[in-house]
Write a new protein. Structure first.
Lengths: 388, 341
């Protein structure tokens, strides 16, 4: 056979193999979809530009660098009227994240407690928790927020001049909670965390008595150092009453408090239901097997029921968390400076609807995606951890 | 967020229409009524009564325009808009004209594709405090460290920040989105002071649980010229709104009122004749796209500027606002009717 023939046969084979592998039809389909999508996107962009020019609306992202001129209560980062719109939006985003983290933490713990109480043998506890769940689960969160803020907190808390004063210089009034602030230099924070970390590594390596001495030495030296730093750089700022407000110290605003409490209560009711159904969803025979093997009920819960229940719980729990994040945007109703409120204000001051709506949607989408990713990862690890 | 902004975003991306061609006047005439953007509920300016009938200074302006076009002042659909929705509603064509205590400032005028027509009310920003709780406060400069309630998305919010920065005083802003929420929070004592346009403060005070305990400080910290706004690009429509205002002011200047209009039609004063369309061969109105009797119909139905003012916000109303700088120029005020000729 000629070399030519052999090569062409070979090539033919390769090409067929290739075509077989990639499946030409699906490739064409994907290319088609890709082009259609690309066309759609460019059509939208083109259209938007034409519409904007026809309506004589100025647009773009240039406004982000401008001085914002608005003031933001409860800013988590240093922000002033002279900061840019970008910083204003970031400050709002951070407040959203802060609120979400606090609420996720509290509502999870509360939800877990309630779920277990409902599964307990104690009749009264069980019924009380059921009432709690039914009340909070069935009310719209906005209603809870408004009622708590305007109906309860504003009404029962005393005005500034008659602030409730608690031990440790903590004051509560109609405008929030005021407590002493501990001011320290950053170096204190850094050095103590470095010392703690190194101590942790030493502990992990204790194998012989000699290392134990080192650990002891380390502990003593670092303790002395921390105390020394503490006395040098740290001071306590106490809140004090002035003409209009209590100033100084840390201030947790009423808006933060109301939003935090109502979202935590609302979400904990939902979470407790998720956990309860998850636990009840585990096959009873498995629990009985555990019990008949002589395991204590607590151990059965920990070793058999919980790991299996987690697999049922995590997916709906994820959407509960995502919903919680979206619900923080209800803070706008009581003036908590979260992302929604700030972007609304930015939008109103600049009237850049398009850009602000895109930034705003993008931020919530990213937050939700991050939570889903973390929870998916958690789900995978629990699955892997139990032999699946 | 707010549906209107999302709707506008979608509208801008998807719709492909020719915005330019149809004239607003033709659209309004074909529709049979005017769509007028007003406040959600501000006593004296725009608020529906128990039966749902809209009343107020801004509302009467809408009715004046309707009277000029249709000879029926009731051919208006009132569309209540919050501070944040108002410009979007105008841009997207949901309303034909925005008459809603809206301050004429440069940036909306130049960058939003909208245009302000004429100043129908000169206002300024002020503060309201509870005089029972804070008897010593006479000026906003004494408000150092105070919590101040303000509605977001207004020019008010920026003025507040500017004023305190300029005077190097600290304050704690408490910012709400909705008018009703600012009121509720101030009423509950969440803030020491409430700031917004002075006219709105008079209106808000009436809705508090104890109006007589609250006073409005006389210091004015900003300029708030309210002006009706329209979409840019339709000069005929802009002119109709603008000249409706000047017709109202000129009518007051010439003493034409709702009561005497029947006699005024027979007046031999050329200025009055020109305005009321009785001058021979006059075609001023045609150039606006209206007929000769447009001013006559406006005055017949809503009265002149002074009458609108007194009926809705003047001394004999609950608001008891005096004409102040809104008096005619002939009385030392700023309202000056550009000649109709
Ligand atoms: N004149 C200012 C403020 C206008 C304004 O929105 N004022 C408030 C008074 S506090 C109001 O009418 N709010 C009613 C609402 O948003 O529903 C502006 O144009 O920005």
């Amino acid at each position: 056979m000629s070399i030519y023939y052999r090569t062409s046969q070979y090539l033919k084979k390769r090409i067929f193999f290739f075509l077989e592998k990639i499946n030409i039809r699906s490739l064409l389909l994907q290319l088609g979809i890709f082009f259609l999508f690309g066309f759609f996107v460019s059509w939208i962009i083109h259209n938007t530009i034409i519409n904007l020019t026809q309506l004589r609306i100025t647009s773009g992202l240039g406004f982000l660098k401008m001085r914002a001129g608005i003031s933001i209560p409860d800013s988590f980062i240093p922000y002033s009227e002279d900061s840019s719109y970008t910083l204003a939006l970031i400050s709002g985003l951070l407040n959203t994240i802060l609120m979400s983290v606090f609420c996720i933490f509290t509502s999870s713990i509360l939800g877990l407690t309630i779920a277990f109480s409902r599964l307990s043998q104690n009749w009264l506890l069980q019924k009380l928790c059921m009432i709690y769940v039914e009340i909070f689960r069935n009310l719209p969160p906005l209603l809870i927020i408004l009622f708590l803020y305007f109906g309860i907190l504003q009404e029962i808390l005393p005005p500034v001049q008659k602030s409730l004063s608690l031990p440790f210089h903590i004051y509560i009034n109609q405008r929030g909670i005021y407590c002493p602030a501990l001011h320290f230099q950053k170096i204190w924070l850094w050095s103590s965390s470095i010392i703690c970390l190194s101590g942790f590594f030493i502990i992990r390596r204790i194998k012989n008595p000699f290392n134990q001495y080192i650990l002891l030495l380390h502990l003593m030296i670092s303790l002395a150092f921390i105390v020394w730093l503490f006395y040098h750089d740290t001071f306590l700022e106490l809140p004090k009453l002035e003409t209009f407000n209590i100033t100084g110290g840390r201030n947790i605003s009423l808006e933060f408090l109301a939003l935090f409490l109502s979202l935590s209560l609302y979400t904990s009711a939902l979470i407790s239901e998720t956990i309860r159904t998850g636990i009840e969803g585990v096959n009873n025979s498995l629990k009985e097997t555990g019990l008949s093997l002589g395991l204590a009920p607590g151990l059965v819960m920990r070793l058999i029921t919980m790991p299996l229940a987690l697999r049922i719980i995590i997916p709906p729990l994820t959407s509960q968390y995502v919903n919680l994040i979206k619900n923080t945007s209800l803070g706008i109703a009581i003036g908590y400076s979260e992302l929604m409120r700030i972007s609304n204000t930015v939008l109103n001051q600049t009237n850049q609807s398009l850009a602000v709506v895109i930034i705003w949607m993008g931020s919530y989408l990213s937050l939700s995606l991050i939570v889903s990713t973390v929870m998916n990862w958690l789900n995978k690890t629990t699955l892997r951890g139990h032999g699946h | 967020m707010h549906l209107k902004n999302i709707a506008l975003a979608i509208y801008l991306t998807i719709i492909t229409t020719e915005h330019v061609s149809a004239s607003t006047l033709d659209t309004v005439k074909a529709r049979g009524y005017l769509q007028c953007g007003v406040n959600t509920g501000l006593i004296g300016f725009a608020i529906p009564d128990k039966k749902g009938y809209w009343k107020g200074f801004d509302v009467d302006y809408c009715r004046a325009v309707a009277a000029a076009i249709f000879s029926d002042p009731q051919k208006v659909k009132f569309i209540p808009l919050s501070a944040k929705e108002r410009f979007t509603a105008l841009q997207s064509g949901e309303i034909d004209v925005l008459i809603r205590n809206t301050t004429w400032t440069m940036s909306p005028d130049t960058s939003l594709g909208i245009e302000f027509t004429a100043v129908n009310y000169f206002d300024g920003q002020s503060f309201m405090i509870n005089k029972k709780k804070l008897p010593e406060i006479k000026s906003p400069l004494q408000l150092s460290g105070a919590s101040i309630c303000v509605q977001s998305g207004t020019s008010t919010e920026i003025n507040l920040a500017d004023y305190f920065k300029k005077n190097k005083i600290n304050y704690q802003p408490v910012v709400f989105e909705k008018f009703t929420e600012v009121n509720a929070a101030y009423d509950a004592g969440r803030c020491d002071a409430y700031t917004t346009d002075q006219s709105s403060l008079y209106a808000t005070r009436l809705q508090l649980s104890a109006p007589q305990e609250n006073i409005i400080l006389s210091d004015i910290i900003s300029k708030e010229p309210f002006a009706p706004a329209v979409r840019e690009g339709d000069q005929q429509w802009t002119n109709i709104i603008r000249w409706t205002h000047y017709a109202l002011v000129n009518a007051e200047e010439y003493g034409i009122t709702q009561a005497n209009i029947k006699n005024m039609i027979r007046s031999d004063n050329p200025n009055i004749q020109r305005m009321l369309g009785t001058e021979k061969g006059s075609h001023i109105a045609q150039e606006l796209g209206l007929d000769k009797e447009w001013v006559t119909r406006i005055i017949e139905n809503v009265g002149n500027y002074g009458e609108i003012f007194e009926r809705n916000i003047g001394k004999n109303t609950d608001l008891k606002i005096s004409r102040g700088i809104n008096a005619l120029w002939t009385h030392g005020g700023l309202q000056y009717g550009i000649p109709i000729r």
